[in-house]
Design a protein around this ligand. Structure first.
Ligand code: PLP
Length: 459
C-alpha cells in the first residue's frame, strides 16, 4: 500500500512567525485596506496565497551559496556559476542576466517588436503583453479551444492552437511575425501544461517560416513533470532531460527566476543567435547593469544557480505538483467549482458559480477574496472583472469572461496542515454562502486598478 499523506520532502530549520488573528481583528484590517487584499500588510495575513512569484523558501544550500556571493563588478565567480547552470539547462550560448522576468522581456521585445509587428502565444502573460504593446506591436493569444472550458479534464490544456497559428502566420505575413512565444506552463490559462508534441509542432512551423521561437520558461520544471507523467514516451527520461529537450526546440527563452529557480528575485534572457544577443546586450547595459550581473547581486546569482538544480529533483517536483492538486481535489470534493484539471502552481476557483447570487457588476471574485480573508486570514487574488473588466462608452461595466479567484501556492513554504486549514475555511464559506455580499469600487486608477482600487460592500 502507498501512503496517502504527501509529506514535504524537506525539514524546517528556520521558521518565520505567523501572527494569529481573530475574525474581529481581520474585519478591521480589511476595512482599513478598503476591501482590497493588495492593501493589507503581510503581518495581517495568516496564509498568503496571493502569488507564487518570488515567495519561495530557499534551501540550506542556497543560503550557503549566499555567503559565497562574489560581488565583483565584472566577471564574478557567482556570475560564471549562474551562466554555466543556464547554458547547461537551456543549451543557449548567450545568457543575459536581469533583475526580473519582465526586464528580460523588455530587452528582447523592445528590440524585435515595434509598430507593424505581431507576436503569437498560447497566452501572453500580462507583463509579456505589456512589453509587446509598449513597443507598438500586437500580441495575439492562440490557446487551444478546450482551454476555455474549465470543467474539461484534458492533459495539456496549455497548448497553442497549431492550425490557428498557421492561419495567422499567412494572414499577417511571416515577415511581420516578430516571434512565437510558448508559455510553459500556461500561467494565465490556469497553470495548464504544454505537451512536447505541441512545442515540436510550434518549432517546426517557426523553422519553415523563419520565425523566432521563444520559450517563456518560468515554470518549465513543473511543465516537465506533466510531460513525464502524461505524454507517451517520456517516463524513462528525467525532468531535466525533458526540459532540455524542450529548450532545444526553441531559439531562446525568457525566465523569471522568481518561479522555478526557487529564488526571491532574478531572471534572464538566453539566446542562440549572437547578433540578437549583442542587440539585446546593449539595452541590458543601459537599463539593467553590466552584462555579468544585470541588476543582480552576486549572492542572488549563486542562489539562482543552485535553485535551477534543485527544482528538477524528482521528490521536490512530485511534492510540488501533488500538493497543489491535493488542495484542488479537496475543493472539488466539497463541491466548490474549480478549473480542472488542477495546474502546477495554483488552484483557480470559479467565483461566478460559487456566489451565483452576486452579479459580475458587484465582483463575486472580490467577495470571495474578502470572505477567505475574513474567515481564515487567507490572502488570494481576484482574476476577474476587477482585474480585467472594462467600461463601455456609457460607463457600464463590460465584465471579464470569467470571475476567478487564484490560490497560488508559494514553493516549499506551507505544510499540508496549512493547506488543510485553507480547505476548512472553504467549508465554513459553504455554510453561509448566500450571506456574502458584493462590492462597489469607490476609487480606481486608470491602469492596473486591481493593485490599488478601493471598495465598499454593497448593502
Ligand atoms: C512572472 C511571469 C513573468 C514575469 O516575470 P517577473 O519576474 O514577475 O517580471 C513572465 N511570464 C510568466 C509566464 C510569468 O509567470
Amino acid at each position: 500500500m502507498n501512503h496517502k499523506t504527501i509529506i514535504e520532502p524537506f525539514r524546517i530549520k528556520v521558521v518565520e512567525h505567523i501572527k494569529m488573528t481573530t475574525e474581529a481583528e481581520r474585519e478591521a484590517f480589511l476595512k482599513n485596506a478598503a476591501y482590497n487584499p493588495f492593501l493589507l500588510h503581510s503581518t495581517e495575513v495568516i496564509v498568503d496565497l496571493l502569488t507564487d512569484s518570488g515567495t519561495s523558501a530557499m534551501s540550506s544550500n542556497q543560503w550557503a551559496g549566499i555567503m559565497q556571493g562574489d560581488e565583483s563588478y565584472a566577471g564574478a565567480t557567482s556570475w560564471l556559476k549562474m551562466e554555466a547552470a543556464i547554458k547547461d539547462l537551456t543549451g543557449c550560448p548567450y545568457i543575459l542576466p536581469t533583475h526580473q522576468g519582465r526586464a528580460a522581456e523588455h530587452l528582447l521585445y523592445s528590440r524585435i517588436g515595434g509598430k507593424g509587428k505581431v507576436f503569437f502565444s498560447n497566452t501572453h502573460f500580462d507583463t509579456t503583453r505589456a512589453n509587446i504593446e509598449f513597443s507598438g506591436a500586437e500580441a495575439i493569444d492562440l490557446p487551444v479551444p478546450e482551454a476555455k472550458q474549465p470543467e474539461l479534464e484534458l492533459p495539456f490544456k496549455g497548448n497553442l492552437d497549431i492550425a490557428k497559428l498557421e492561419e495567422n502566420i499567412s494572414k499577417h505575413g511571416k515577415e511581420n511575425v516578430a516571434a512565437v512565444i510558448l508559455t510553459v506552463t500556461n500561467n494565465s490559462g490556469g497553470g495548464q501544461p504544454v505537451s512536447m508534441a505541441n512545442a515540436r509542432a510550434v518549432s517546426e512551423l517557426c523553422k519553415q517560416n523563419g520565425i523566432l521561437f521563444i520559450l517563456d520558461a518560468c515554470r518549465v520544471a513543473e511543465n516537465a513533470w506533466y510531460i513525464r507523467h502524461r505524454e507517451e514516451g517520456f517516463y524513462e527520461k528525467t525532468y531535466r532531460q525533458i526540459a532540455q529537450e524542450m529548450f532545444a526546440l526553441a531559439d531562446g527563452c525568457i525566465m523569471s527566476a522568481k518561479k522555478d529557480a526557487l529564488v526571491n528575485m532574478g531572471g534572464f534572457l538566453a539566446l542562440k543567435n549572437l547578433d540578437l544577443a549583442i542587440l539585446c546586450r546593449t539595452v541590458l547595459i543601459i537599463t539593467e547593469g553590466y552584462s555579468t550581473y544585470g541588476g543582480l547581486s552576486g549572492r542572488d546569482m549563486e542562489a539562482i544557480a543552485q535553485g535551477l538544480m534543485e527544482v528538477f529533483e524528482p521528490d521536490y517536483l512530485d511534492y510540488r505538483i501533488k500538493s497543489t492538486a491535493y488542495l484542488g481535489n479537496a475543493l472539488t470534493k466539497l463541491g466548490i467549482p474549480v478549473i480542472r484539471p488542477i495546474g502546477g502552481h495554483a488552484v483557480y476557483v470559479d467565483a461566478k458559480q460559487f456566489y451565483h447570487h452576486i452579479p459580475p457588476e458587484q465582483f463575486p471574485g472580490q467577495a470571495l477574496v474578502c470572505q477567505l480573508y475574513l474567515k481564515g486570514g487567507i490572502r488570494s487574488c481576484e482574476i476577474g472583472s476587477v482585474m480585467f473588466g472594462k467600461y463601455d462608452e456609457a460607463g457600464k461595466l463590460i465584465p471579464a469572461p470569467m470571475e476567478l479567484v487564484r490560490l497560488a501556492i508559494p514553493r516549499r513554504v506551507y505544510t499540508q496542515s496549512h493547506i488543510d486549514y485553507v480547505i476548512e475555511t472553504f467549508e465554513m464559506l459553504l455554510d453561509d454562502r448566500e450571506a456574502a455580499r458584493g462590492f462597489k469600487i469607490v476609487y480606481e486608477p486608470p491602469f492596473l486598478r486591481h493593485f490599488t482600487a478601493r471598495f465598499t460592500p454593497v448593502s
